[in-house]
Design a protein around this ligand. Structure first.
Ligand SMILES: Nc1ncnc2c1ncn2[C@@H]1O[C@H](COP(=O)(O)OP(=O)(O)O)[C@@H](O)[C@H]1O
Ligand SMILES: [Mg+2]
Length: 282
């Protein structure tokens, strides 16, 4: 087990309410975990417990334990944890502060005490995998939104983390940028075997690529399981304002009315169900 969250509750300093309430969660090596939940449900707070920012940098009332590769985050520095858990946030601008793309990627590596050859190797690898080759000498603020977010991911990847935690990485991007970033996330998980924890509102994407999803509500995990099972809870998800793919919703309504026998996860499945219906008509 790569990450174990055991009975974690967290209250920010001076906050009245707990932002996380008795969270229990395990993440396996190589797994792709999606996190869903309304705004303010605790998604970002949970992400900050994976690399020790909570409780080390953001103090407050922290109960329970988080283990990363067996290390209790309470006893392990954020610097150390960052070599295992890479965190990418919503706004790429807040994570980029070097003069060139190449320097941005190399920046964190210099602090790891790696030799120049190894740094060069890792920078080249990170540029290649994120599709930023050719932009080495570009000034980061001049990049497109999707390129900036891929650069933020490249900088984190160069540290060779085992887990990549991405907190709404596409929310500030245009449709092309969103697609670039989500394709990259899929590639990193399926081809590079990197464990992914992704907060993302694109439910179609999670249905296709996540191995498991959790749904947070007011700091608690209220649903957990394979995407196709979680997305059967249409009423609960709608109550939380979570967008449900149209085909899933249509199938759900038809099933409720006894017209379809099974739920459907996408247009193709819905179409098959409907065709099957006609086949059954004498
Ligand atoms: N720095 C903070 N201080 C006090 N309360 C906070 C802070 N950050 C977040 N919160 C509160 O914690 C709850 C969860 O927030 P957050 O984890 O950001 O949710 P999400 O990422 O799902 O939108 C919210 O009620 C929010 O107001
Ligand atoms: Mg958030």
């Amino acid at each position: 087990m790569l990450i174990r969250v055991e009975g974690v509750s967290f209250r920010y300093p001076r906050a009245k309410e707990y932002s996380l309430k008795n969270i229990n969660l395990k993440v396996r090596k190589g797994e792709f975990l999606g996190i869903l939940g309304a705004s303010g449900s605790g998604k970002s707070t949970l992400c900050l417990t994976f690399n020790g920012i909570i409780p080390h940098s953001i103090k407050g009332e922290f109960k329970g334990d988080v283990y990363v590769k067996g290390y209790n985050t309470r006893d392990t520095s954020v610097a150390r944890l960052s070599t295992i858990v890479g965190l990418v946030m919503q706004n790429p601008d807040s994570q980029l502060f070097n003069m060139t793309v190449e320097e941005e990627i190399a920046f964190g590596l210099e602090n790891l005490g790696l030799n120049t050859e190894e740094i060069k190797r890792r920078v080249r690898w990170a540029l290649k995998i994120t599709g930023l080759e050719g932009l080495e000498n570009e000034f980061p603020p001049n990049l497109s939104g999707g390129q900036k977010q891929r650069l933020a991911i490249a900088s984190v990847l160069a540290m060779k983390p085992e887990v990549l935690v991405l907190d709404e990485p596409t929310s500030q991007l245009d449709p092309l940028g969103k697609e670039q970033v989500l394709s990259l996330v899929t590639l990193l998980n399926k081809k590079q075997g990197i464990t992914i924890i992704l907060v993302e509102h694109n439910t179609e994407y999670l249905l296709s690529f996540a191995d498991r999803v959790i749904v947070l509500d007011k700091g608690e995990i209220i649903l957990e399981g394979k995407p196709k099972h979680v997305f059967e809870e249409v009423e609960t998800l709608e109550r939380l304002g979570i967008k449900i793919p149209a085909s899933v919703k249509i199938a759900h309504e038809l099933k409720k009315r006894g017209i379809l026998k099974k739920a459907a996860l996408d247009e193709k499945e819905l179409l098959y169900e409907i065709l099957d219906l006609f086949r059954r008509v004498p």
